[in-house]
Design a protein around this ligand. Structure first.
Ligand code: FES
Length: 96
């Protein structure tokens, strides 16, 4: 039986937020962006939960907006998958 591959959570992010994943998003607390993303993907869906799990945004607060943007994008529902065969023309009905 075939199963659909696990969706990549990074697909929900705009290209600008996918950059520099291994650089610190939170420079005050030395927390890489990837660590914040992992926490959100694993269920930290509020700023307070991300703070508790990663310590990001617990310094001077300079990265709070970035953390909130990641939460917003990553917690949004995935775009609906196209149903298989929805727009397919059956082999025998093909118009040429
Ligand atoms: S950079 Fe994250 S709290 Fe300052």
């Amino acid at each position: 039986m075939k199963t659909d591959p696990e969706p990549n959570p990074l697909d929900k992010l705009p290209s600008t937020l996918k950059q520099d994943l291994d650089k610190n998003l939170c420079t005050c607390m030395d927390v890489p962006k990837r660590e914040v993303i992992d926490a959100i993907v694993k269920g930290a869906l509020t700023l307070e939960e991300v703070k508790k799990q990663t310590y990001a945004a617990t310094g001077a607060g300079c990265c709070v907006q970035q953390v909130e943007r990641l939460i917003e994008y990553l917690s949004a529902p995935s775009p609906r998958k196209r149903r298989k065969g929805k727009n397919k023309v059956a082999e025998g009905n093909r118009v040429s």
